[in-house]
Structure formats: structure tokens, C-alpha cells
Design a protein around this ligand. Structure first.
Ligand SMILES: [Zn+2]
Length: 183
């Protein structure tokens, strides 16, 4: 199947989280897939983010080129995921915050302009650190993606109801039916 950056891949609600979510099933060695592993997929990301990211109005149109230093950009991605994933769990350390700040600073210094993917991602991450309602950030119950729950009653459990919500429901239905027919 050909890969494309669909709206589902931008459900994080913030560019930094969409970048972190480019790794599917990050903590499952069997299912883990890095959508930035192929250079053409990384190259197509900024243009898709300009159209689909929840922060597209904040950053405007991003330079439609991959990061100048891909290794540094992936370091930024990992620092974003490590810090925020642990913060959601109430386990973020000062070291993880320090690493995120350091890598963000390095990415900002190395970035070719404010409209570059690396600069916009660093700005997004720095904004999230100071978010007034950090409890709105969650980890999808089904796929493990990070997302911001902007619902009124803060009741979102899934990154995307249409994808992960339905998968969980279908699996529950399957197991229920299986139980009914098994002795
Ligand atoms: Zn999900």
C-alpha cells in the first residue's frame, strides 16, 4: 500500500506531537514503524503539515523541504516524545526536560528560517512545555500516540475516534462474540 500523510496522521493537535507520532507503535518491537525512515516520506511531511496540522494557522506554510540535518531533527523528535510521554504519566524528569530544551535550541540555531520544519517543531514543543492546561495532553489508549484533548469535558480516550475508537470497539465486539460461541 502506498503511504500518504492523511489527516489521521495529524490528530496530535500540535505540530510537535504530530512529529512524535511519526513513529507508529513506538514501544512494540514487532509493530514499530518509523514513517520518517524513508527520506521521501520525511520530505513530504512539511507540505502535509502546512495543510493538516492543528497548528497550521500558527506556523503558516512551511518550507516544503526536509530538515537540513535529519539526524538532529530525529533527535528533536525523540526528545519531544520522551519528555511529553513521561509528563502525561507524571514521570517526566528534569533531565528529559533539559534534553528537550537543549535539542530545541540546537535545532533552532541550525534551522534555515522560521518557516522550516525544524524551527516550527521546536517552537511547537516549547509552547507545549508552558501550556496552561498540561492535563489535556494524553496518550491514545489504542495506538499510543500523543494528542491534545480539546473536547469540552476532556473525555477523549483515543487520538482519533474514527480510527482507534472503532478498532477498540470492533475488538471488544469480536471478543464478546467469541466468548458467546466458545464453550
Ligand atoms: Zn490512536
Amino acid at each position: 500500500m502506498t503511504f500518504s500523510w492523511t489527516p489521521h496522521r495529524f490528530v496530535g493537535g500540535a505540530l510537535a506531537l504530530d512529529v512524535a507520532n511519526s513513529v507508529i507503535l513506538r514501544h512494540e518491537p514487532e509493530g514499530r514503524r518509523d514513517r520518517f525512515a524513508l527520506p521521501e516520506q520525511l520530505a513530504a511531511f512539511p507540505e502535509a503539515a502546512s495543510l493538516l496540522s492543528g497548528e497550521r494557522d500558527r506556523f503558516g506554510v512551511l518550507r516544503p523541504v526536509p530538515p537540513q540535518n535529519a539526524t538532529l531533527f530525529l533527535e528533536l523528535r525523540e526528545a519531544i516524545d520522551a519528555y511529553f510521554r513521561n509528563r502525561v504519566r507524571g514521570e517526566a524528569s528534569r533531565q528529559q526536560l533539559a534534553t528537550l530544551l537543549e535539542v530545541s535550541a540546537t535545532a533552532l540555531r541550525a534551522s534555515p528560517g522560521d518557516d522550516s520544519l525544524e524551527a516550527a517543531t521546536a517552537h511547537s514543543a516549547l509552547g507545549l512545555i508552558c501550556e496552561p492546561e498540561p492535563e489535556r495532553m494524553k496518550i491514545c489508549f489504542n495506538c499510543g500516540w500523543l494528542f491534545i484533548d480539546r473536547s469540552k469535558n476532556r473525555s477523549r480516550t483515543w487520538c482519533d475516534m474514527a480510527v482507534c475508537g472503532n478498532r477498540v470497539k470492533a475488538s471488544r465486539h469480536y471478543h464478546r462474540n467469541k466468548k458467546e460461541i466458545s464453550p
